[in-house]
Design a protein around this ligand. Structure first.
Ligand SMILES: C[S@@+](CC[C@H](N)C(=O)[O-])C[C@H]1O[C@@H](n2cnc3c(N)ncnc32)[C@H](O)[C@@H]1O
Length: 216
C-alpha cells in the first residue's frame, strides 16, 4: 500500500518556495499578523492560501461565503483568485480586525469583490438565508462548527464546496487523553460529517487540516 510522505520542516519550506507566489498584500497581512504575537496562529497557512486559490481557479467558483475573516488573509487569498465579477461575503464579529482587513482589501484593489458583515455569524447567516454560494469556507468559533456546517449545506449551490479549517486541531484529534473543550468540539464535528451521506469529503493535511466537502 502506498503511504504519505512524512513532511519535514525542510520539505515544507521547499514546497512553499516552489509553489504559487504570494501577492505583496498577502505578505503584508502575514507580517502584520506576526506583529500581533501569538494570535497570528489564527490565520491560515501559506499552503492553505495556495490551495484555496487553486480550488477557486479550477472549480469556476463565482460566489464565496467566508465565516471567520480575522485580518483578511484567507479572504484576500480567495478574492485574488476570483474573476473580477466574483463576490465574497465575509463574516466576523470583530470590528477592530475587520477594519484592518478592509484596509488590506483596498490596498490590494479587491474591495469591490468583498462585502463584510460584522456581527455574530449565526445572525448574519440568518440574514443571507436566501443567497446561494459556490464555496463556503468555515474558520470561526469551533463550538458552532456543526451549526455553521448545517447552515452552509442549505446555502450551497449544486456541486458547491464547503471547506472547514482546523479539523486536525494541532494533531490533538488523535490524542485520546485530551479532553479539553476545543478538541472535543472538533472531534464531534469530524464525527458529524464523517457519517453525512449528503456530501463527499476529504481531509487535506495542509495547515491545521482542512476538510473539503462536495455537496451531492
Ligand atoms: C481563526 S480566525 C479566522 C482566520 C482567517 N480565516 C484568516 O485566515 O486570517 C477566527 C475568526 O472568527 C471570528 N469569530 C469567532 N466567533 C465568531 C462568531 N460567533 N461570529 C463571527 N465571527 C466569529 C473571530 O473574531 C476571528 O476573527
Amino acid at each position: 500500500m502506498g503511504s504519505d510522505l512524512n513532511i519535514t520542516k525542510e520539505l515544507q519550506e521547499y514546497i512553499l518556495s516552489h509553489g504559487l507566489n504570494l501577492h505583496p498584500v498577502q505578505k503584508e497581512i502575514i507580517d502584520y499578523n506576526i506583529s500581533l504575537g501569538d494570535i497570528k496562529r489564527m490565520q491560515i497557512s501559506i499552503s492553505q492560501c495556495q490551495f484555496l486559490h487553486l480550488i477557486i481557479k479550477i472549480s469556476n467558483i463565482k460566489k464565496v461565503l467566508e465565516i471567520g475573516t480575522f485580518t483578511g488573509l484567507s479572504t484576500l487569498s480567495m478574492a485574488l483568485a476570483l474573476s473580477d465579477d466574483g463576490k465574497i461575503i465575509a463574516l466576523d464579529k470583530n470590528n477592530e480586525t475587520n477594519k484592518v482587513a478592509t484596509d488590506f482589501f483596498k490596498k490590494a484593489n479587491q474591495e469591490h469583490k468583498i462585502k463584510t458583515l460584522i456581527k455574530p455569524a449565526l445572525e448574519s447567516l440568518d440574514e443571507i438565508k436566501n443567497e446561494k454560494f459556490d464555496l463556503i469556507f468555515i474558520d470561526a468559533d469551533k463550538n458552532n462548527y456543526i451549526k455553521y456546517y448545517e447552515h452552509s449545506l442549505k446555502l450551497l449551490s449544486k456541486n458547491g464546496l464547503i471547506i472547514i479549517d482546523n479539523v486536525l486541531w494541532y494533531g490533538e484529534v488523535v490524542n485520546q487523553k485530551n479532553t479539553d473543550k476545543f478538541t472535543k468540539n472538533i472531534k464531534e464535528f469530524n464525527n458529524h460529517i464523517s457519517k453525512d451521506e449528503r456530501i463527499e469529503k476529504l481531509i487535506v493535511p495542509l495547515g491545521d487540516g482542512m476538510t473539503v466537502c462536495r455537496k451531492l
